[in-house]
Design a protein around this ligand. Structure first.
Ligand code: TAP
Length: 517
Protein backbone atom coordinates (compact mmCIF):
# COMPACT_ATOMS: atom_id res chain seq x y z
CA UNK A 1 0.00 0.00 0.00
CA UNK A 2 2.76 2.38 0.98
CA UNK A 3 4.76 1.70 -2.18
CA UNK A 4 1.65 2.25 -4.28
CA UNK A 5 1.05 5.59 -2.57
CA UNK A 6 4.64 6.71 -3.07
CA UNK A 7 4.48 5.94 -6.75
CA UNK A 8 1.01 7.46 -7.06
CA UNK A 9 2.09 10.68 -5.43
CA UNK A 10 5.28 10.87 -7.43
CA UNK A 11 3.21 10.54 -10.59
CA UNK A 12 1.04 13.49 -9.69
CA UNK A 13 -1.68 11.50 -7.94
CA UNK A 14 -3.37 12.50 -4.72
CA UNK A 15 -1.20 15.06 -2.94
CA UNK A 16 -4.01 16.78 -1.12
CA UNK A 17 -3.51 15.00 2.19
CA UNK A 18 -2.04 17.46 4.64
CA UNK A 19 1.18 16.66 6.37
CA UNK A 20 0.64 16.50 10.11
CA UNK A 21 2.72 18.82 12.24
CA UNK A 22 2.45 21.55 14.82
CA UNK A 23 2.63 24.60 12.54
CA UNK A 24 3.94 28.10 13.05
CA UNK A 25 1.35 30.32 11.34
CA UNK A 26 2.23 33.87 10.34
CA UNK A 27 0.58 36.61 8.34
CA UNK A 28 3.46 38.33 6.55
CA UNK A 29 4.18 39.79 3.10
CA UNK A 30 0.39 39.94 2.51
CA UNK A 31 0.13 36.17 2.70
CA UNK A 32 -0.44 33.40 5.21
CA UNK A 33 2.65 31.29 5.69
CA UNK A 34 3.04 28.20 7.81
CA UNK A 35 5.99 25.96 8.51
CA UNK A 36 7.16 23.32 10.99
CA UNK A 37 9.48 24.13 13.88
CA UNK A 38 10.52 20.62 14.93
CA UNK A 39 13.12 18.12 13.80
CA UNK A 40 12.28 16.10 10.70
CA UNK A 41 13.08 12.41 11.21
CA UNK A 42 11.62 9.48 9.26
CA UNK A 43 8.94 11.75 7.70
CA UNK A 44 7.72 12.97 11.09
CA UNK A 45 8.13 16.25 12.88
CA UNK A 46 9.32 15.65 16.42
CA UNK A 47 10.83 17.52 19.35
CA UNK A 48 14.42 16.91 20.28
CA UNK A 49 14.96 13.98 22.67
CA UNK A 50 16.42 16.56 25.05
CA UNK A 51 13.36 18.83 24.73
CA UNK A 52 15.65 21.79 24.02
CA UNK A 53 14.71 24.67 21.72
CA UNK A 54 16.11 28.03 20.62
CA UNK A 55 14.74 31.20 19.03
CA UNK A 56 15.24 32.19 15.41
CA UNK A 57 15.44 35.94 14.78
CA UNK A 58 14.23 38.23 11.98
CA UNK A 59 17.21 40.46 11.08
CA UNK A 60 14.90 43.23 9.77
CA UNK A 61 13.88 44.18 13.31
CA UNK A 62 15.64 41.61 15.51
CA UNK A 63 12.30 40.20 16.67
CA UNK A 64 11.86 36.52 17.53
CA UNK A 65 10.11 34.64 14.70
CA UNK A 66 9.52 31.40 16.60
CA UNK A 67 11.11 28.69 18.66
CA UNK A 68 12.99 25.88 16.90
CA UNK A 69 13.76 22.41 18.22
CA UNK A 70 17.43 22.01 19.05
CA UNK A 71 18.65 18.53 18.20
CA UNK A 72 20.96 16.55 20.43
CA UNK A 73 23.43 13.79 19.67
CA UNK A 74 20.74 11.15 20.41
CA UNK A 75 18.58 12.68 17.68
CA UNK A 76 21.49 12.31 15.27
CA UNK A 77 21.73 8.61 16.10
CA UNK A 78 18.00 8.10 15.50
CA UNK A 79 18.03 10.03 12.22
CA UNK A 80 21.11 8.19 10.94
CA UNK A 81 19.53 4.88 11.89
CA UNK A 82 16.34 5.76 9.97
CA UNK A 83 18.37 6.91 6.97
CA UNK A 84 20.27 3.62 7.11
CA UNK A 85 17.05 1.58 7.20
CA UNK A 86 15.64 3.60 4.31
CA UNK A 87 18.79 2.98 2.30
CA UNK A 88 19.23 -0.72 3.03
CA UNK A 89 15.71 -2.03 3.47
CA UNK A 90 13.24 0.64 2.37
CA UNK A 91 11.43 1.35 -0.83
CA UNK A 92 14.01 3.97 -1.89
CA UNK A 93 16.75 1.42 -2.51
CA UNK A 94 14.41 -0.84 -4.47
CA UNK A 95 12.87 1.88 -6.60
CA UNK A 96 14.00 2.26 -10.20
CA UNK A 97 16.13 5.29 -11.01
CA UNK A 98 13.26 6.65 -13.08
CA UNK A 99 10.83 6.46 -10.15
CA UNK A 100 13.44 8.20 -8.00
CA UNK A 101 13.54 10.95 -10.61
CA UNK A 102 9.74 11.22 -10.52
CA UNK A 103 9.83 11.87 -6.79
CA UNK A 104 12.43 14.59 -7.29
CA UNK A 105 10.45 16.22 -10.11
CA UNK A 106 7.35 16.11 -7.91
CA UNK A 107 9.23 17.76 -5.09
CA UNK A 108 10.48 20.48 -7.46
CA UNK A 109 6.89 21.07 -8.64
CA UNK A 110 5.73 21.43 -5.04
CA UNK A 111 8.57 23.86 -4.33
CA UNK A 112 7.43 25.87 -7.33
CA UNK A 113 3.80 25.83 -6.13
CA UNK A 114 5.03 27.13 -2.78
CA UNK A 115 7.72 29.47 -4.08
CA UNK A 116 6.17 32.70 -2.81
CA UNK A 117 5.74 31.17 0.62
CA UNK A 118 9.29 29.78 0.61
CA UNK A 119 10.72 33.13 -0.53
CA UNK A 120 8.80 34.95 2.18
CA UNK A 121 10.06 32.56 4.85
CA UNK A 122 13.61 32.86 3.51
CA UNK A 123 13.33 36.62 3.55
CA UNK A 124 12.18 36.92 7.17
CA UNK A 125 14.71 34.39 8.41
CA UNK A 126 17.81 35.48 6.47
CA UNK A 127 17.10 39.09 5.46
CA UNK A 128 17.26 38.16 1.75
CA UNK A 129 15.44 40.64 -0.44
CA UNK A 130 12.14 38.95 -1.40
CA UNK A 131 12.50 39.51 -5.15
CA UNK A 132 15.99 38.00 -5.09
CA UNK A 133 14.87 35.15 -2.84
CA UNK A 134 12.16 34.27 -5.37
CA UNK A 135 14.52 34.28 -8.32
CA UNK A 136 17.74 32.96 -6.83
CA UNK A 137 17.33 31.39 -3.38
CA UNK A 138 14.18 29.51 -4.33
CA UNK A 139 14.34 29.63 -8.15
CA UNK A 140 17.76 28.03 -8.34
CA UNK A 141 16.80 25.46 -5.70
CA UNK A 142 13.94 24.31 -7.92
CA UNK A 143 16.25 24.26 -10.95
CA UNK A 144 18.75 22.13 -9.04
CA UNK A 145 16.14 19.47 -8.18
CA UNK A 146 14.92 19.35 -11.78
CA UNK A 147 18.43 19.26 -13.21
CA UNK A 148 19.54 16.39 -10.98
CA UNK A 149 16.24 14.53 -11.34
CA UNK A 150 17.19 14.34 -15.01
CA UNK A 151 20.45 12.61 -14.11
CA UNK A 152 18.88 9.77 -12.09
CA UNK A 153 18.47 7.36 -15.01
CA UNK A 154 21.68 8.44 -16.74
CA UNK A 155 24.17 7.26 -14.14
CA UNK A 156 26.06 4.57 -15.96
CA UNK A 157 29.41 2.83 -15.94
CA UNK A 158 31.78 1.60 -18.64
CA UNK A 159 32.81 -1.69 -20.21
CA UNK A 160 36.59 -1.90 -20.22
CA UNK A 161 38.68 -4.21 -22.43
CA UNK A 162 41.44 -5.90 -20.43
CA UNK A 163 44.14 -8.52 -21.10
CA UNK A 164 42.58 -11.95 -21.41
CA UNK A 165 43.71 -14.89 -19.27
CA UNK A 166 44.07 -17.04 -22.38
CA UNK A 167 42.54 -19.35 -23.39
CA UNK A 168 39.71 -17.76 -21.39
CA UNK A 169 38.33 -14.32 -22.01
CA UNK A 170 37.78 -11.47 -19.57
CA UNK A 171 35.65 -8.41 -19.34
CA UNK A 172 35.63 -5.62 -16.79
CA UNK A 173 32.76 -3.23 -16.27
CA UNK A 174 32.08 -0.48 -13.77
CA UNK A 175 28.96 0.24 -11.77
CA UNK A 176 28.33 3.59 -10.11
CA UNK A 177 26.66 3.00 -6.77
CA UNK A 178 25.26 5.31 -4.13
CA UNK A 179 27.51 5.69 -1.11
CA UNK A 180 24.84 5.06 1.55
CA UNK A 181 23.86 7.41 4.36
CA UNK A 182 25.26 10.89 3.76
CA UNK A 183 25.51 13.93 6.01
CA UNK A 184 25.17 17.52 4.78
CA UNK A 185 26.00 20.67 6.75
CA UNK A 186 25.06 24.03 5.23
CA UNK A 187 25.64 27.77 5.93
CA UNK A 188 23.22 30.66 6.37
CA UNK A 189 23.77 32.85 3.31
CA UNK A 190 21.52 30.94 0.87
CA UNK A 191 19.77 28.59 3.29
CA UNK A 192 17.50 26.69 0.89
CA UNK A 193 19.78 26.94 -2.13
CA UNK A 194 22.75 25.40 -0.30
CA UNK A 195 20.48 22.58 0.84
CA UNK A 196 19.19 22.11 -2.70
CA UNK A 197 22.57 22.20 -4.47
CA UNK A 198 23.90 19.39 -2.32
CA UNK A 199 20.82 17.35 -1.57
CA UNK A 200 19.58 17.15 -5.18
CA UNK A 201 22.84 15.54 -6.37
CA UNK A 202 22.99 13.34 -3.27
CA UNK A 203 19.47 11.99 -3.86
CA UNK A 204 19.86 11.63 -7.62
CA UNK A 205 22.79 9.32 -6.87
CA UNK A 206 20.45 7.20 -4.73
CA UNK A 207 21.72 8.02 -1.24
CA UNK A 208 19.74 8.83 1.88
CA UNK A 209 20.61 11.89 3.91
CA UNK A 210 20.66 13.69 7.26
CA UNK A 211 21.08 17.45 6.85
CA UNK A 212 21.85 20.16 9.37
CA UNK A 213 21.01 23.70 8.23
CA UNK A 214 22.73 26.71 9.81
CA UNK A 215 21.36 27.37 13.26
CA UNK A 216 20.44 30.99 12.46
CA UNK A 217 18.41 30.16 9.30
CA UNK A 218 16.51 26.90 9.79
CA UNK A 219 13.05 27.78 8.44
CA UNK A 220 13.08 27.03 4.71
CA UNK A 221 14.73 23.66 5.37
CA UNK A 222 11.78 22.74 7.60
CA UNK A 223 9.19 24.00 5.08
CA UNK A 224 11.05 21.96 2.47
CA UNK A 225 10.68 18.91 4.77
CA UNK A 226 6.91 19.33 4.70
CA UNK A 227 7.03 19.23 0.89
CA UNK A 228 9.21 16.11 1.02
CA UNK A 229 6.35 14.24 2.72
CA UNK A 230 3.79 15.70 0.32
CA UNK A 231 5.87 14.60 -2.65
CA UNK A 232 5.73 11.01 -1.38
CA UNK A 233 9.33 10.37 -0.41
CA UNK A 234 9.56 7.20 1.70
CA UNK A 235 10.35 7.77 5.41
CA UNK A 236 14.01 8.11 6.34
CA UNK A 237 15.28 9.14 2.91
CA UNK A 238 15.56 12.80 3.95
CA UNK A 239 16.05 13.87 7.58
CA UNK A 240 16.64 17.41 8.79
CA UNK A 241 18.05 18.26 12.20
CA UNK A 242 18.15 21.86 13.38
CA UNK A 243 20.74 22.70 15.98
CA UNK A 244 24.31 23.69 16.65
CA UNK A 245 27.24 22.96 14.37
CA UNK A 246 29.61 22.18 17.20
CA UNK A 247 27.14 19.53 18.42
CA UNK A 248 25.04 18.23 15.53
CA UNK A 249 27.42 19.10 12.69
CA UNK A 250 30.25 17.45 14.58
CA UNK A 251 28.11 14.39 15.46
CA UNK A 252 27.27 13.89 11.78
CA UNK A 253 30.89 14.38 10.75
CA UNK A 254 32.10 11.85 13.29
CA UNK A 255 29.27 9.34 12.87
CA UNK A 256 30.49 5.80 12.11
CA UNK A 257 27.47 4.99 9.90
CA UNK A 258 27.77 8.03 7.67
CA UNK A 259 30.04 7.44 4.68
CA UNK A 260 30.09 10.86 3.05
CA UNK A 261 29.87 14.40 4.40
CA UNK A 262 29.08 17.39 2.18
CA UNK A 263 29.91 20.75 3.70
CA UNK A 264 29.62 24.41 2.72
CA UNK A 265 30.92 26.99 5.14
CA UNK A 266 34.10 28.57 6.43
CA UNK A 267 37.60 27.29 5.76
CA UNK A 268 38.23 27.03 9.49
CA UNK A 269 35.29 24.69 10.11
CA UNK A 270 36.08 22.87 6.85
CA UNK A 271 39.50 21.95 8.21
CA UNK A 272 37.94 20.65 11.40
CA UNK A 273 35.43 18.62 9.38
CA UNK A 274 38.12 17.03 7.23
CA UNK A 275 40.08 16.07 10.33
CA UNK A 276 36.99 14.57 11.95
CA UNK A 277 35.98 12.69 8.77
CA UNK A 278 39.44 11.14 8.69
CA UNK A 279 39.57 10.22 12.35
CA UNK A 280 36.07 8.74 12.62
CA UNK A 281 35.73 6.30 9.72
CA UNK A 282 37.71 7.90 6.91
CA UNK A 283 34.48 9.11 5.35
CA UNK A 284 34.62 10.91 2.05
CA UNK A 285 34.06 14.65 2.23
CA UNK A 286 33.57 17.57 -0.10
CA UNK A 287 34.23 21.09 1.11
CA UNK A 288 32.97 24.37 -0.38
CA UNK A 289 34.74 26.97 1.71
CA UNK A 290 35.59 30.64 1.90
CA UNK A 291 36.77 32.90 -0.90
CA UNK A 292 38.45 36.20 -1.67
CA UNK A 293 37.76 36.29 -5.37
CA UNK A 294 39.71 38.79 -7.50
CA UNK A 295 37.96 40.82 -10.20
CA UNK A 296 40.32 42.51 -12.70
CA UNK A 297 39.02 45.50 -14.65
CA UNK A 298 41.15 46.58 -17.61
CA UNK A 299 41.10 50.04 -19.18
CA UNK A 300 39.79 48.56 -22.46
CA UNK A 301 36.58 47.24 -20.88
CA UNK A 302 33.01 48.40 -21.47
CA UNK A 303 33.06 50.63 -18.40
CA UNK A 304 29.28 50.96 -17.98
CA UNK A 305 28.94 47.22 -17.93
CA UNK A 306 31.98 46.75 -15.70
CA UNK A 307 30.62 49.17 -13.10
CA UNK A 308 27.19 47.52 -12.99
CA UNK A 309 28.61 44.01 -12.90
CA UNK A 310 31.27 44.85 -10.32
CA UNK A 311 28.58 46.35 -8.09
CA UNK A 312 26.62 43.09 -8.32
CA UNK A 313 29.82 41.10 -7.87
CA UNK A 314 30.25 42.65 -4.42
CA UNK A 315 26.79 43.66 -3.21
CA UNK A 316 24.62 40.80 -4.50
CA UNK A 317 22.72 39.25 -1.57
CA UNK A 318 24.19 41.94 0.77
CA UNK A 319 27.68 40.63 0.03
CA UNK A 320 26.77 37.36 1.77
CA UNK A 321 27.85 35.47 -1.29
CA UNK A 322 30.70 32.99 -1.30
CA UNK A 323 31.88 34.00 -4.78
CA UNK A 324 31.59 37.74 -4.02
CA UNK A 325 34.45 39.70 -5.58
CA UNK A 326 36.51 40.22 -2.45
CA UNK A 327 39.07 42.32 -4.27
CA UNK A 328 38.67 44.55 -7.27
CA UNK A 329 41.79 45.46 -9.26
CA UNK A 330 41.16 48.52 -11.42
CA UNK A 331 43.56 49.76 -14.11
CA UNK A 332 45.37 52.98 -13.11
CA UNK A 333 44.10 54.99 -16.05
CA UNK A 334 40.39 54.41 -15.33
CA UNK A 335 40.59 54.08 -11.55
CA UNK A 336 39.19 57.47 -10.54
CA UNK A 337 36.40 57.38 -13.08
CA UNK A 338 35.52 53.82 -12.05
CA UNK A 339 35.34 54.83 -8.39
CA UNK A 340 33.16 57.88 -9.12
CA UNK A 341 30.78 55.87 -11.25
CA UNK A 342 30.67 53.12 -8.65
CA UNK A 343 29.74 55.60 -5.92
CA UNK A 344 26.90 56.87 -8.11
CA UNK A 345 25.79 53.30 -8.88
CA UNK A 346 25.76 52.21 -5.24
CA UNK A 347 23.98 55.43 -4.27
CA UNK A 348 21.01 54.24 -6.34
CA UNK A 349 20.53 51.09 -4.26
CA UNK A 350 17.43 51.26 -2.12
CA UNK A 351 18.15 49.94 1.37
CA UNK A 352 15.24 48.81 3.51
CA UNK A 353 12.54 46.26 4.25
CA UNK A 354 13.50 43.14 2.27
CA UNK A 355 9.83 42.40 1.62
CA UNK A 356 9.38 45.73 -0.18
CA UNK A 357 9.57 45.03 -3.93
CA UNK A 358 11.68 48.17 -4.53
CA UNK A 359 14.38 47.20 -2.01
CA UNK A 360 17.76 46.20 -3.41
CA UNK A 361 19.67 45.80 -0.14
CA UNK A 362 18.26 44.22 3.02
CA UNK A 363 19.60 43.62 6.53
CA UNK A 364 22.67 41.47 7.19
CA UNK A 365 21.90 37.90 8.15
CA UNK A 366 22.42 37.89 11.92
CA UNK A 367 23.90 39.89 14.78
CA UNK A 368 27.27 38.12 15.22
CA UNK A 369 27.96 38.52 11.50
CA UNK A 370 26.87 42.17 11.57
CA UNK A 371 29.24 42.92 14.44
CA UNK A 372 32.11 41.24 12.55
CA UNK A 373 31.44 43.49 9.56
CA UNK A 374 31.62 46.63 11.72
CA UNK A 375 34.93 45.37 13.06
CA UNK A 376 36.19 44.65 9.53
CA UNK A 377 35.36 48.23 8.48
CA UNK A 378 37.16 49.58 11.52
CA UNK A 379 40.29 47.53 10.76
CA UNK A 380 40.27 48.75 7.14
CA UNK A 381 40.16 52.38 8.20
CA UNK A 382 42.81 51.89 10.89
CA UNK A 383 45.27 50.31 8.48
CA UNK A 384 44.94 53.22 6.05
CA UNK A 385 42.41 52.21 3.41
CA UNK A 386 40.16 55.13 2.38
CA UNK A 387 36.48 54.63 3.04
CA UNK A 388 35.01 56.65 0.16
CA UNK A 389 31.41 55.52 0.60
CA UNK A 390 29.04 54.10 3.23
CA UNK A 391 29.96 51.65 5.93
CA UNK A 392 27.65 53.07 8.60
CA UNK A 393 24.93 51.30 10.52
CA UNK A 394 21.54 52.69 9.50
CA UNK A 395 19.66 54.62 12.15
CA UNK A 396 16.72 52.26 12.25
CA UNK A 397 15.71 48.95 13.75
CA UNK A 398 17.41 45.88 12.32
CA UNK A 399 20.83 44.85 11.09
CA UNK A 400 21.14 47.34 8.24
CA UNK A 401 24.58 48.32 6.96
CA UNK A 402 25.21 50.84 4.18
CA UNK A 403 27.22 49.26 1.36
CA UNK A 404 30.83 50.41 1.74
CA UNK A 405 33.66 51.17 -0.70
CA UNK A 406 37.35 51.13 0.27
CA UNK A 407 40.03 52.53 -2.07
CA UNK A 408 43.83 52.82 -1.68
CA UNK A 409 43.98 49.21 -0.58
CA UNK A 410 47.45 47.65 -0.70
CA UNK A 411 48.13 43.94 -0.94
CA UNK A 412 49.34 43.43 2.62
CA UNK A 413 46.26 44.94 4.28
CA UNK A 414 43.86 42.76 6.26
CA UNK A 415 40.95 43.87 4.05
CA UNK A 416 42.92 42.79 0.96
CA UNK A 417 43.47 39.33 2.38
CA UNK A 418 40.49 38.37 4.52
CA UNK A 419 36.96 37.68 3.37
CA UNK A 420 34.31 40.04 4.77
CA UNK A 421 31.26 38.12 3.53
CA UNK A 422 29.44 41.46 3.59
CA UNK A 423 28.70 44.53 1.43
CA UNK A 424 32.24 45.92 1.43
CA UNK A 425 34.01 46.72 -1.84
CA UNK A 426 37.80 46.63 -1.70
CA UNK A 427 39.49 48.46 -4.61
CA UNK A 428 43.19 48.40 -5.55
CA UNK A 429 44.98 49.90 -8.56
CA UNK A 430 47.13 48.04 -11.05
CA UNK A 431 49.39 48.94 -13.96
CA UNK A 432 47.46 48.17 -17.14
CA UNK A 433 50.69 47.50 -19.04
CA UNK A 434 51.80 44.80 -16.60
CA UNK A 435 49.35 41.91 -17.00
CA UNK A 436 51.71 39.39 -15.42
CA UNK A 437 51.87 41.44 -12.23
CA UNK A 438 48.12 41.72 -11.78
CA UNK A 439 47.72 37.97 -12.36
CA UNK A 440 50.40 37.35 -9.74
CA UNK A 441 48.62 39.67 -7.29
CA UNK A 442 45.22 38.11 -8.01
CA UNK A 443 46.61 34.65 -7.32
CA UNK A 444 48.48 35.64 -4.17
CA UNK A 445 45.79 34.34 -1.83
CA UNK A 446 45.15 31.01 -0.16
CA UNK A 447 41.60 31.07 -1.56
CA UNK A 448 40.62 30.06 -5.08
CA UNK A 449 36.86 30.04 -5.41
CA UNK A 450 36.04 32.46 -8.24
CA UNK A 451 37.53 35.30 -10.27
CA UNK A 452 36.57 37.75 -12.99
CA UNK A 453 38.01 39.75 -15.87
CA UNK A 454 36.57 42.72 -17.75
CA UNK A 455 38.22 43.55 -21.09
CA UNK A 456 37.17 43.79 -24.74
CA UNK A 457 40.35 41.94 -25.71
CA UNK A 458 39.18 38.32 -25.74
CA UNK A 459 42.70 37.08 -26.45
CA UNK A 460 43.95 38.71 -23.25
CA UNK A 461 40.93 37.39 -21.33
CA UNK A 462 41.54 33.80 -22.48
CA UNK A 463 45.22 33.91 -21.50
CA UNK A 464 44.38 35.29 -18.08
CA UNK A 465 41.56 32.75 -17.59
CA UNK A 466 44.15 30.01 -18.14
CA UNK A 467 46.37 31.42 -15.41
CA UNK A 468 43.90 32.37 -12.68
CA UNK A 469 43.94 29.89 -9.80
CA UNK A 470 40.20 29.73 -9.21
CA UNK A 471 37.44 27.15 -9.69
CA UNK A 472 35.35 29.65 -11.65
CA UNK A 473 36.46 32.41 -14.04
CA UNK A 474 33.91 34.94 -15.28
CA UNK A 475 34.75 36.97 -18.39
CA UNK A 476 32.75 40.17 -18.93
CA UNK A 477 30.14 38.95 -16.49
CA UNK A 478 29.97 37.93 -12.83
CA UNK A 479 27.78 35.78 -10.54
CA UNK A 480 26.53 33.90 -13.58
CA UNK A 481 26.12 30.50 -11.99
CA UNK A 482 23.95 27.78 -13.51
CA UNK A 483 22.88 24.41 -12.15
CA UNK A 484 24.51 22.68 -15.15
CA UNK A 485 27.98 24.16 -14.51
CA UNK A 486 30.34 22.71 -11.88
CA UNK A 487 30.94 25.04 -8.96
CA UNK A 488 33.67 24.81 -6.35
CA UNK A 489 37.07 26.08 -5.36
CA UNK A 490 40.79 25.50 -5.52
CA UNK A 491 43.35 25.76 -2.70
CA UNK A 492 41.83 26.58 0.71
CA UNK A 493 38.45 27.27 -0.89
CA UNK A 494 38.06 23.49 -0.72
CA UNK A 495 37.43 20.65 -3.14
CA UNK A 496 34.59 18.63 -4.58
CA UNK A 497 32.10 20.27 -6.91
CA UNK A 498 28.48 21.21 -6.49
CA UNK A 499 26.26 21.36 -9.60
CA UNK A 500 26.78 19.95 -13.05
CA UNK A 501 27.58 16.34 -13.89
CA UNK A 502 30.74 16.59 -11.78
CA UNK A 503 28.67 16.95 -8.61
CA UNK A 504 27.09 13.54 -9.08
CA UNK A 505 30.45 11.86 -8.68
CA UNK A 506 30.84 13.37 -5.25
CA UNK A 507 27.93 11.19 -4.14
CA UNK A 508 28.75 7.94 -5.96
CA UNK A 509 31.27 5.17 -5.59
CA UNK A 510 32.60 3.18 -8.50
CA UNK A 511 32.73 -0.59 -8.40
CA UNK A 512 34.80 -2.50 -10.95
CA UNK A 513 33.58 -6.01 -11.81
CA UNK A 514 35.91 -8.37 -13.67
CA UNK A 515 34.51 -11.53 -15.24
CA UNK A 516 36.30 -14.51 -16.73
CA UNK A 517 34.39 -16.68 -19.16
P1 TAP B 1 30.56 28.15 9.32
O1 TAP B 1 30.71 28.82 10.61
O2 TAP B 1 31.67 27.33 8.81
O3 TAP B 1 29.22 27.30 9.42
C1 TAP B 1 28.74 26.50 8.38
C2 TAP B 1 27.95 25.35 8.97
O4 TAP B 1 28.82 24.50 9.70
C3 TAP B 1 26.86 25.77 9.95
O5 TAP B 1 25.75 24.92 9.78
C4 TAP B 1 27.53 25.55 11.29
O6 TAP B 1 26.65 25.38 12.37
C5 TAP B 1 28.30 24.28 11.01
N1 TAP B 1 29.41 24.02 11.94
C6 TAP B 1 30.06 24.88 12.76
N2 TAP B 1 31.01 24.24 13.46
C7 TAP B 1 30.97 22.95 13.08
C8 TAP B 1 31.71 21.78 13.42
N3 TAP B 1 32.70 21.81 14.31
N4 TAP B 1 31.42 20.61 12.81
C9 TAP B 1 30.45 20.55 11.89
N5 TAP B 1 29.70 21.61 11.54
C10 TAP B 1 29.96 22.80 12.10
O7 TAP B 1 30.27 29.16 8.13
P2 TAP B 1 29.13 30.25 8.07
O8 TAP B 1 29.48 31.32 9.01
O9 TAP B 1 27.81 29.62 8.18
O10 TAP B 1 29.25 30.73 6.55
C11 TAP B 1 30.17 31.66 6.16
C12 TAP B 1 31.32 31.01 5.44
O11 TAP B 1 30.87 30.03 4.50
C13 TAP B 1 32.10 31.99 4.61
O12 TAP B 1 33.46 31.80 4.82
C14 TAP B 1 31.75 31.65 3.18
O13 TAP B 1 32.70 31.94 2.22
C15 TAP B 1 31.50 30.21 3.25
N6 TAP B 1 30.60 29.82 2.18
C16 TAP B 1 31.14 29.16 1.16
C17 TAP B 1 30.35 28.79 0.11
C18 TAP B 1 30.95 28.05 -1.00
S1 TAP B 1 29.97 27.42 -2.08
N7 TAP B 1 32.21 27.86 -1.11
C19 TAP B 1 28.99 29.08 0.12
C20 TAP B 1 28.47 29.76 1.19
C21 TAP B 1 29.29 30.12 2.24
P3 TAP B 1 26.05 26.64 13.18
O14 TAP B 1 24.79 26.94 12.48
O15 TAP B 1 25.85 26.20 14.56
O16 TAP B 1 27.07 27.74 13.05
Amino acid sequence: EFVRNCILKSRGGDTSDEVKYDPVNLRVNNMDVCFPHQLFINNEFVDSVSGRAYATINPSDESVICSIAKASKEDVDVAVHCAGEAFSHGEWGKMSARDRARLMYKLADLMEEHKEELATIESIDSGAVYTLALKTHIGMSIDAFRYFAGWCDKIQGQTIPISHARPNRNLSYTVKEPIGVCGIVTPWNYPLMMLAWKMSACLAAGNTVVLKPAQVTPLTALKFAELVVKAGFPPGVINILTGSGAEIGAALTGHPDIRKLGFTGSTEVGQEIMRCCAMSNLKKCSLELGGKSPLIIFADCDLDRAVKQASGAVFFNKGENCIAAGRIFVADSIHDEFVNRMIAEVGKMKIGDPLDRATAHGPQNHKAHFDKLLEYLEIGEKEGATLVYGGKRLDRKGLFLEPAIFTDVTDSMYVAQEESFGPIMVISKFDDMDVADVIHRANRTEFGLASGIFTKDINKAMHIADRLEAGTVFVNTYNKTDVAVPFGGFKQSGFGKDLGEEALHEWLKIKAVTVEY
